[in-house]
Every structure is written in structure tokens, then in C-alpha cells.
Design a protein around this ligand. Structure first.
Ligand SMILES: Cc1ncc(COP(=O)(O)O)c(C=O)c1O
Length: 435
């Protein structure tokens, strides 16, 4: 009996599905129990090691157990404590660090998770505009907040038919009433944008989007479409809210907004800003953010754990490293090399393939052309990808066995043996094609 099966059996007695949160359940035989993580390597409870391209859904940007970040956190909490429910000098310092990297931020507030940052940003958009509707993009993910828990049912959609996919809740417990103010548009469809503003311009508080969709294989907005969206928002007094929970401090120092040269009114951050420590934030234009506060008519924002010293010292150390070192150049170089390796493997196997998104978080799609939106993703050979991914996992390469999750690269991936990766990927693809 393996340690994994022992731990799984025990966990089933104490947690629904035997896991701490839904997305960790990969089946009784496949659910992974981690013993330790260092650099880009995970070691599971049975001593098997994996080079990890999943990186806990993206927060690890430097590497697991980065000594520079860990030392700063330990120093801070042993000298000053973890939280007091009062302000610290470090709060402002971290905001200044973020502002130096992200020119679209004038003012900012902290949160503990991406979900919480989205909730704060959306409430701020509504408070500022006095409007209630919000539009999001098909295939994107904005956290566990009820109103964001609606999606296009792409799995049961007929890509050859004329109907749009049905919009369904992510699961039980999502009140139907939370759907009422939500619109879902298609990425890169000018028609879908025009339709949205024609129907709801006067009541639309904001359009929220990930320009590089982190839960749809890094399928990305085109600059023209983003500009049209920006123009329509300006024309109608609607705010542009860019969710950089995955892309922030990952795809470039200034996130997706730097890559695209686009200006958001409000932005959310989480994941990479703390290299795995739980810290998040939302911020934007001063005029918009100043609606947040306890003054009459102000937007409520708060939380016991907000800007606790574990979170804030991790952000301080991580952002300092990202600002002052060539970590991003390393990540881009290594991500590009890994794409080249995988590209050679797919070409040798005769598989039509396309990479989407930047080297720091790229999607792999088995299709001749890069998909331009979520409906295109449905036309890719995601079943082959899934088989390929499982064989990679068996061979010691950890990734999400779903082509909607990108490959995440961190600085520590510079130690990956590319010849080894090419070898295991070649074998995994060979097996996948025979399954
Ligand atoms: C773009 C985006 N927004 C929000 C969230 C929610 O973040 P969290 O899981 O920290 O609540 C996620 C999580 O993956 C995300 O990818």
C-alpha cells in the first residue's frame, strides 16, 4: 500500500472528497499529496519527484521556498508579529513598489485572495459609477464569488451548430438571482462588444477581463479588440477592470497592461505578488479608488487579515526581487526554450499545435492556429492533450491535465534539463498517440 492511498483513505473520513478544496481532487488514485517543494521541484508523499509547471495555479514566480522571500517573512514576523489590526509602514511601502511597476495604479487596497480582490474591485466600480451591471468574457475565471460563478457550458456545446453555449452555474448553491446583472461576451468578437454596449451602456459599471485568459489556455485578446473595448468604456462611462490575478507580476513587470499598453481603471492582483504567500490587492485611478472609505456614500472594504505581516512582507520581498533583478528575463528565456523543446516534440510526432500567451504562462493547443476565443478552444484536440499530460505526470513532469490551464514558468526553471524534458515529452506523446 502506498502512502498516497493511506493518506487518501484517511482524508476521506474528514473532508468532502478527501481534499481541502475541490480542484485538488484528481480521483482516489491520482490525488497528489505533497511532502515538500523546492525551486521548481515537488516531492510527493511517496518520494516521487516532479518538475512542476503547475506552480500551485501560478503564484510561484521565483521558485518554491525562495530563501530571499522566506528570510524576509521570518525576520518580519519574529520581530513585529503577524497582525495587529492596525496600519504599518510596510503597507505604504508595498503600494509604492507596485506603483513603480504598474503605472496605472494611483491608489490601492489589500486583500487576501484573488476572489476577495475581485469582490473589492467590482464593488468599487459599482460604487464609483452608481451602476450595477458587470460584463465578463467567456472562458475566464474571476474567483469563487457567487456572481462570478457562472460560465458558458462549452463541454455540452455544439461547435458546428448555430446556438451560443448555455450559461450555467459552476455548481450547486449559486443563487439564480446572482446571474441577473452579469453579461458574458466573447473574446475578440467586435460584434459581441457592440451588442453589449448597445443593450446595456447606461447600466454597465464595468467590463472585467483577463487579456490573457488564465483558465482558457492563455488565449489572448488582440490589441485592436482591447482598444475598441477601451474606447467604448470611455465613450459610455463604463470602467475597464483588468483582472491581473494570474498575469500580474508574471507576464511582465507591469503585467498584461504593460505587454498591451492598455490602461485599466481598476486592476486586481494576487498570486505572483507574494511568490506563494497569500496576498492580493486591487487598485486603480485615484478618482475611482477614492470612493472606497468610511465616509458617507463610501464603498466598504475591510477584513481581519488584510495586509497582515506575513502577506505584506512576502509581497515586499518578492516585488523587490522582481524590480531589481533580471528574473523576468530569465523566465522569458526559459519559457521560450521550453516551448521550443515541446514544439520539436509535437512536430516530430506530426501534431498540429499552437502556443498561446507569453513565455511565463503559455497554453498548448493541438490545432493548426492559435485559438482566438473560448469557443475555438473547443475545436482543439484537448483529449490528446489530456492523455499527453497524464503520461508526462507519470514521467515526473507536473502539470494540470487540462489544456485550459497554462504552463507556468518560474525563475527556478532555469535548472531544468531540457534534453531530459525533450526525452520524456517524446515518450509521453508517443504513448498518448497509442492510447
Ligand atoms: C484571473 C483570476 N481571478 C481571480 C482568481 C481567484 O483567485 P483566488 O483563487 O486567489 O481566490 C483566479 C484564480 O485562479 C484567477 O485566475
Amino acid at each position: 500500500m502506498t502512502q498516497q492511498s493511506r493518506l487518501m483513505a484517511q482524508a476521506h473520513l474528514h473532508m468532502p472528497q478527501g481534499v481541502a478544496e475541490n480542484y485538488r481532487y484528481w480521483g482516489d488514485d491520482r490525488t497528489v499529496f505533497i511532502e515538500s517543494a523546492k525551486g521548481c521541484v515537488l516531492t510527493d508523499c511517496d518520494g516521487k519527484t516532479f518538475v512542476d509547471f503547475r506552480l500551485g495555479y501560478g503564484p510561484i514566480i521565483l521558485g518554491y521556498r525562495d530563501e530571499r522571500v522566506d528570510a524576509a517573512v521570518i525576520e518580519q514576523i519574529t520581530r513585529h508579529g503577524t497582525l495587529s489590526g492596525f496600519s504599518t509602514a510596510l503597507d505604504t511601502e508595498v503600494v509604492q513598489q507596485i506603483k513603480a511597476l504598474c503605472p496605472n495604479i494611483d491608489k490601492l487596497r489589500f486583500a487576501n485572495s484573488g476572489t476577495e480582490a475581485v469582490m473589492g474591485a467590482l464593488r468599487t466600480a459599482r460604487g464609483f459609477t452608481g451602476r450595477d451591471r458587470v460584463a465578463i468574457v467567456e472562458g475566464s475565471f474571476h474567483g469563487l464569488y457567487d456572481e462570478m460563478m457562472w460560465k458558458s457550458d462549452i463541454e455540452h456545446w455544439d461547435p458546428h451548430g448555430t446556438q451560443a453555449p448555455q450559461v450555467i452555474p459552476f455548481g450547486a448553491g449559486i443563487p439564480a438571482s446572482t446571474r441577473g446583472l452579469l453579461d458574458i461576451i466573447e473574446l475578440n468578437s467586435f460584434e459581441s462588444l457592440d451588442r453589449l454596449f448597445a443593450a446595456h451602456a447606461k447600466t454597465l459599471a464595468c467590463v472585467m477581463l483577463e487579456p490573457i485568459i488564465g483558465n482558457a489556455g492563455s488565449i489572448s485578446a488582440t490589441p485592436d479588440w482591447l482598444q475598441r473595448l477601451r474606447d467604448l468604456c470611455d465613450q459610455h462611462g463604463t470602467l475597464l477592470l483588468i483582472d491581473e490575478v494570474k498575469t500580474g507580476f508574471r507576464v511582465a513587470k507591469g503585467g498584461a497592461q504593460q505587454l498591451y499598453g492598455i490602461h485599466a481603471d481598476l486592476t486586481t492582483y494576487a498570486k505572483a505578488m507574494g511568490n506563494g504567500y497569500p496576498v492580493a490587492a486591487f487598485g486603480g485611478r485615484a478618482e475611482v479608488m477614492d470612493v472606497v472609505g468610511s465616509h458617507k456614500g463610501g464603498v466598504v472594504h475591510g477584513g481581519t487579515y488584510t495586509a497582515n505581516l506575513v502577506a505584506i512582507s512576502a509581497a515586499h520581498a518578492t516585488l523587490k526581487i522582481l524590480a531589481e533583478t533580471d528574473a523576468f528575463a530569465t523566465i522569458d528565456r526559459v519559457g521560450t526554450q521550453i516551448q521550443e523543446v515541446l514544439g520539436r516534440v509535437f512536430t516530430a510526432a506530426g501534431i498540429a499545435h499552437a502556443f498561446a500567451g507569453p513565455p511565463a504562462m503559455f497554453g498548448i493547443h493541438f490545432t493548426p492556429d492559435v485559438p482566438s476565443n473560448y469557443r475555438d478552444w473547443r475545436k482543439t484536440d484537448s483529449a490528446l492533450y489530456q492523455k499527453f499530460a497524464w503520461h508526462l505526470i507519470d514521467a515526473g513532469v507536473m502539470l494540470e491535465p487540462d489544456s485550459r490551464e497554462p504552463w507556468f514558468i518560474c525563475e527556478a526553471h532555469q535548472s531544468v534539463d531540457l534534453a531530459w524534458l525533450e526525452d520524456v515529452a517524446t515518450t509521453a506523446m508517443h504513448k498518448a498517440m497509442q492510447d
